[in-house]
Design a binder for this molecule. Structure first.
Ligand SMILES: Cc1cc2nc3c(=O)[nH]c(=O)nc-3n(C[C@H](O)[C@H](O)[C@H](O)COP(=O)(O)O)c2cc1C
Length: 186
C-alpha cells in the first residue's frame, strides 16, 4: 500500500477478532509510533501492551474503578466493563508522560503522544492489522491510571484495540473545502 492510499483509506474497525498482531508487526507499529513529530525530542509517551488474560485483569480493573465511584453498579454494567477489553486480542494503552520543559508545554507533549497513537493506527493498517482508538470514562479514571502504574505526570491518551476485522467499513472521504479557508492573500 502506498503512503497516500494508507492516509486516505485507513479506517477504524470496532469489531476485532484474532489474530493479534505478530511480534514483527508490533515492532514496526512501535517504530512508527516513535517517529511521531516531537518538539524537543522528549518522546513524551510510553505504551502498555495488554493481551491474553491481561485483558481480563484490565476488565477487573475497570469494574473495581467503577465500583469505587458507585458501589451499586448494575450487573449489566459489570459485564460491559469486563467484556470491554475482550473486544480485541491485543490492546496498546498509549500514555502521555508529560515532562517539565521551558519551551514545550503539556499540550504539545499530549499532541506528540496523540501523533504516536496515530502512527500505531497507520502502521497497523499498512500491515493488514485492524484497529480502533478508544477512550471512554475509564481512560480518565484515576484508579485505572494508578492500577496501570501511571505516575502523577502521566495520562492515558487512548486504548488502541488491535486485531482482524471481519470487514472494513466503507467511509466516504470528506471534502476538504469546508475545513480549509485561505487567509491573507490580496
Ligand atoms: C482521542 C480519541 C478517542 C476516541 N475514543 C473513542 C471511543 O471511546 N469510542 C469510539 O467508538 N470511538 C472513539 N474514537 C473514534 C474512533 O477511534 C474512530 O476514529 C472513529 O470511529 C472514526 O472512524 P475512522 O477512524 O474510521 O474514521 C476516538 C478517537 C480519538 C482520536
Amino acid at each position: 500500500m502506498n503512503a497516500l492510499d494508507l492516509l486516505l483509506k485507513r479506517v477504524s474497525s470496532p469489531v476485532l477478532d484474532e489474530p493479534a498482531p505478530t511480534a514483527e508487526q508490533l515492532d514496526l507499529i512501535y517504530r512508527a509510533a516513535l517517529r511521531a513529530p516531537d518538539h524537543g525530542g522528549l518522546r513524551p509517551y510510553r505504551f502498555l501492551q495488554i493481551e491474553g488474560d491481561g485483558r481480563e485483569k484490565l476488565g477487573q480493573v475497570f469494574v473495581d474503578a467503577a465500583r469505587a465511584e458507585q458501589a451499586d453498579i448494575s450487573e449489566q454494567e459489570v459485564q460491559k466493563l469486563l467484556n470491554a477489553p475482550l473486544r480485541a486480542p491485543l490492546i496498546i494503552v498509549a500514555i502521555a508522560s508529560l515532562q517539565p520543559h521551558p519551551k514545550v508545554p503539556a499540550v504539545e507533549q499530549q499532541l506528540a503522544a496523540g501523533c504516536a497513537a496515530h502512527g500505531i493506527l497507520l502502521a497497523a493498517f499498512a500491515q493488514g492489522v485492524d484497529a480502533i482508538w478508544r477512550s471512554g470514562a475509564m481512560a480518565f479514571n484515576s484508579q485505572v491510571m494508578t492500577r496501570l502504574g501511571l505516575e502523577a505526570n502521566e495520562q492515558i491518551i487512548g486504548f488502541i484495540y488491535l486485531g482482524k476485522a471481519r470487514k472494513h467499513r466503507v467511509v466516504p472521504c470528506p471534502q476538504p473545502g469546508e475545513f480549509v479557508q485561505k487567509w491573507g492573500r490580496r
